[in-house]
Design a protein around this ligand. Structure first.
Ligand code: MF3
Ligand code: CO
Ligand code: CO
Length: 251
């Protein structure tokens, strides 16, 4: 984990705030009938007009400005020309580079009417992220975060994705440490004061093993649930402070 200076934190906060505002902006367009390619274009235009860069674009060959993960897509879904429809859920994941620093945040949106079980999954994913963030303490570890997330998710009757998770972030999109959605208190990597990480649990309805797929000409893979059941996720970028934490991507 890279420790930031006061000036780094000022610049990083600007990047994170722009990511949050971008997600708020695109949120207005997330409804039945819109294609995920249209959402991608909206984020591209908004980011460029704010003297910033969409981090996913050309990152390890990834061809779009955002990830849009619909229904059984767990993460890294590629925007396309399929319109969203009533009953879908979609995670929109925005990462913005400004002043050389990254801000990474995502939300899962509900399109129209969904069964109460789906609403419960999405609500639990948001709360799981919050529980993980609240477990951050100076001198704590990534295992504290994972433990808090998995304890909550298990209690709700859902399953965390173990293969993918949060990460250190800063001048690079993905830095050490890996921030798991499971673990033991006090285990894993030490959280350093003035370090920045993402907390981004992915929740599945079932424990069926996930499936990995290639994105053409890219090192990035996308992931689907093993049985076409739903998956939901929320993400914030968080600063570890001398007294606890600060969520940098709160709008
Ligand atoms: N934003 C994703 C994350 O939370 C990473 C996307 S990588 C991409 O870590 F290449 F697919 F954009
Ligand atoms: Co992330
Ligand atoms: Co992200």
């Amino acid at each position: 984990m890279t420790v930031k200076t006061a000036n780094d934190i000022r610049l990083m906060t600007e990047a994170c705030q722009l990511a949050a505002r971008t997600l708020d902006h695109v949120a207005k367009y997330v409804k039945a009938g819109v294609t995920t390619n249209e959402l991608d274009q909206i984020v591209y235009d908004y980011t460029m007009s704010h003297e910033a860069t969409p981090a996913p674009l050309n990152y390890k060959g990834y061809p779009k400005s955002i990830c849009t993960s619909v229904n059984d897509c767990i993460c890294h879904g590629l925007p396309d020309d399929t319109p969203l429809k009533d009953g879908d859920i979609v995670n929109v994941d925005v990462t913005t580079i400004k002043h050389g620093f990254h801000g990474d945040t995502s939300r899962t949106f509900i399109i129209g009417d969904v069964p109460s079980s789906t609403a419960h999954l999405v609500d639990s994913a948001k709360k799981a992220m919050e529980r993980g963030i609240e477990a951050i303490e100076p001198g704590g570890t990534t295992g504290d975060i994972g433990f808090a997330i998995n304890k909550f998710v298990t209690r709700k009757g859902f399953y965390v994705v173990e293969e993918i998770g949060g990460h250190g972030i800063g001048r690079n999109f993905h830095e050490d440490p890996f921030v798991p959605s499971f673990g033991k208190k006090g285990r894993g990597d030490r959280l350093l004061t003035w370090g920045t990480i993402t907390v981004e649990p992915m929740l599945n309805e079932t424990s069926v093993p996930i499936r990995e797929f290639d994105i053409p000409k890219s090192e990035i893979k996308y992931y689907l649930t093993g049985d076409q059941s739903l998956s939901a996720q929320f993400e914030h970028t968080v600063l570890i402070t001398d007294t606890g934490y600060e969520i940098l991507t709160l709008p």
